[in-house]
Ligand binder design. Structure first.
Ligand code: GLA
Length: 656
């Protein structure tokens, strides 16, 4: 389908949507999603490629909003999936902001009963330097599948902001899981019970409640992987070829959720052949650079691990990352080292390529031991470890690390199927690893049944056999410290067609859940430890928060002021504008207000000048007159905004 066609469809659908916006709400008023983007993208992600981040440049409520930038087409934007259900009615409210004049739209995408993609307008609002509300109601067709909603613009590719998205409707999910004894208490005497989750899996009230109720370990699904943490522009800007820049923009939502709810985190993962950008291995951190030497790579690895540890401590002072997968997936099923090469999709590893052997593993553990907070448990993690050749290669490697006191545990991912492996093979692996005297964690358990689907007799039996083996091995003395499921519901699992988890898509309990619960007799259920923050810690947080919000409040107030003033456009007389035509040189690029800082206040000042409300001082104008036309214009205001959020460099402004 062409984009023109899409646009036509959108316009037609918009008329229908506007009509439905007038209808009285028929669904219940449950808040299903409430995104303020204070700690991250709240489960919204890139739709079609642009950058989607939480930004404090401007906000409707609170201090941050979702910032969508780097778009190549009007349909590109930010999407939310896995919330809406077919046949239900929802009310949407969202605030949108564009620096330039734009119509920002909320669009529904789904696959219809005949398998065709459909795009329907839900609602839109016009913004030109002021926040505007999209408010609409929409009935999702009964035959819809793969449903998502996304923000886009009606035309053009301008950046825009979204804030305070509220979706209300009929809950459509089961809360029975919340009436059960928490699984973490059922297993309290044995080991932690965990789940992996991406932000979109924990952005609804029910999923958050389930995680808080049942799990005392959470693994961010993707957000602590190198490709989510490393920042290429920042790494290049560091300029020394060995210090990578990092950011927790992707992880912040999940880590804040865990910090606020005292949920211990499995850090996953520091060093891996996959989901690691290739520029990390190249000269100058450039995608087309030459491969770096082993010596340079050692320094990068050390600096990366050091930065991750120290920045987590600074940004999330009360977060408990109780263990880290330091290295993931280095061996093949036959026990050989992962092949050297530049194509991870083909199982190849840059690490093997640069080092020529497995010595990078010891380096990674050495740095992790050096920089991780004391007491953090360090793990090697892999899959198919029940295959004897692979198991033994890992055993030998880990054994050497243990000699040097560099490792605390082995992670068995355990992405299994009802057909393989049998529980006996799995047991042999636990027993072999246990000889090392280290912790063992089951880090990513899911058991598919691609032939018979959810809760087949085979699947329930497989869950019984595998988890029972884990419990029995623990009883027999194996130091198993966590059992983590890779995901929460079958609907959002990475292997959803094999329905491999404990919860159905609507969060009702599967038979697999009941089987796992029933393995522990009620007489053995206990109370899992809860993380406590000391009084002084909590006081500290309060003080920090007050200071932060106070200083940011001022910014928000100023934005509102400029918004209302922007609308009252006055004309600048010729003589006034001539006044600015003086030959003044640049004192600090971007500093319109001459306060020695470059921030949103300067953007506001430029806007006031653009709209003729206030003029800039000659020095202020010189600092923002990037196109040297002796006046402030909206292109410059936008460029300044981009500069502040790090999308363009000072050099870009100079070469405007
Ligand atoms: C591996 C990784 C996980 C995850 C799964 C697939 O097991 O360790 O991080 O990527 O694959 O989702």
């Amino acid at each position: 389908m062409t984009f023109k066609k899409l646009a036509e469809l959108f316009t037609a659908a918009m008329m229908i949507a506007n009509a439905s916006a007038l209808l009285p709400a028929s669904a219940e008023d449950t808040v299903l999603h409430n995104a303020g983007f204070e700690n991250g993208t709240d489960g919204w992600s890139s739709f079609g490629g642009p950058s989607v981040t939480s930004s404090s440049v401007t906000a409707h409520g609170g201090t941050s909003a979702l910032f969508i930038s780097g778009r190549n087409d009007s349909w590109q934007g930010a999407a939310l999936s896995s919330l809406l259900q077919a046949g239900k009615t929802y009310q949407f409210s969202a605030w949108v902001f564009s620096q330039t004049s734009d119509t920002i739209q909320l669009t529904l995408k789904y696959t219809d009963g005949s398998g065709n993609p459909q795009y329907k307008g839900i609602g839109s609002a016009d913004s030109a330097g002021a926040w505007a509300e999209i408010s609409a109601s929409y009935d999702i067709p009964a035959d819809a599948t793969d449903i998502l909603v996304y923000f886009q613009t009606a035309s053009g590719t301008n950046d825009f902001f979204v804030d305070d998205v509220v979706i209300k409707g009929e809950a459509g999910w089961s809360t029975e899981a919340l009436d059960k004894t928490p699984l973490k208490d059922v297993y309290a005497q044995y080991f932690k019970i965990g789940c992996a989750a991406t932000p979109s899996e924990i952005n609804t009230p029910i999923s958050q409640d389930i995680v808080k109720h049942h799990f005392n370990s959470l693994t961010p699904g993707n957000e602590l992987k190198p490709d989510a943490v490393l920042n290429q522009a920042g790494s290049q800007a560091n300029g020394d070829n060995v210090t990578p820049a990092i950011s927790f923009d992707a992880a912040r939502y999940t880590l804040k959720f865990c910090e606020e709810n005292h949920i211990p985190v499995r850090g996953h993962v520091l060093c891996w052949y996959s989901q690691t950008p290739d520029w990390f291995f190249k000269e100058g951190f450039k995608s087309d650079g030459q491969l770096v030497s082993k010596d340079i790579m050692n320094q990068r690895l050390e600096n990366y691990i050091k930065a991750v540890m120290s920045q987590i401590k600074t940004e999330f002072p009360h977060l408990d990352i109780y263990c880290w997968d330091v290295v993931n997936e280095c061996y093949m099923d036959d026990g050989s080292l992962r092949p050297a090469g530049t194509n991870p999709k083909n199982q190849e590893s840059y690490w093997s390529l640069i080092y020529g052997d497995n010595s990078y593993i010891e380096k990674a553990f050495t740095y992790a031991r050096q920089y991780a907070p004391e007491g953090t448990k360090l793990f090697y993690n892999d899959f198919n470890e029940y295959i004897p050749a692979k198991r033994d290669a890992i055993y030998d490697m880990v054994s050497a690390l243990k000699e040097k006191n560099l490792i605390d545990g082995i992670g068995m991912q355990s992405h299994l199927d009802v057909g393989y492996p049998d529980a006996n093979l799995y047991k042999q692996c636990i027993e072999k690893f246990n000889q090392l005297g280290l912790e063992i964690q089951v880090t990513e358990l899911d058991i598919t049944d691609y032939d018979n689907g959810a809760d087949s007799a085979k699947q329930v039996q497989a869950y019984h056999d595998i988890v029972n083996t884990i419990v029995e091995e623990k009883k027999a003395g194996a130091n198993i410290t966590a059992l983590v499921f890779w995901g929460i519901t079958d609907g959002t699992s990475w292997r959803s067609t094999g329905a491999p988890l404990l919860f159905n898509s609507d969060y009702s309990l599967k038979q697999t859940y009941k089987e796992v619960e029933a393995l522990i007799p009620e007489s053995e259920w206990g109370q899992s430890e809860t993380e406590e923050i000391t009084e002084s810690e909590s006081e500290e947080t309060e003080t920090e928060e007050i200071t932060e919000s106070e200083s940011e409040e001022t910014e928000t107030e100023e934005i509102t002021e400029s918004e209302s003033e922007e609308t009252e456009t006055e004309e600048i007389t010729e003589s006034e504008s001539k006044e600015t035509e003086k030959n003044v040189s640049v004192s600090k690029l971007g500093d319109a207000t001459l306060d020695e800082a470059v921030n949103i206040v300067d953007v506001i000042a430029v806007n006031k000048a653009v709209f003729g409300k206030e003029s800039l001082s000659p020095e202020g104008l010189a600092n923002i007159d990037f196109n040297k036309n002796q006046k402030a214009d909206s292109d410059e205001s936008l460029a300044l905004l981009k500069y502040i959020v790090g999308l363009v460099t000072e050099e870009d402004l100079r070469n405007f």
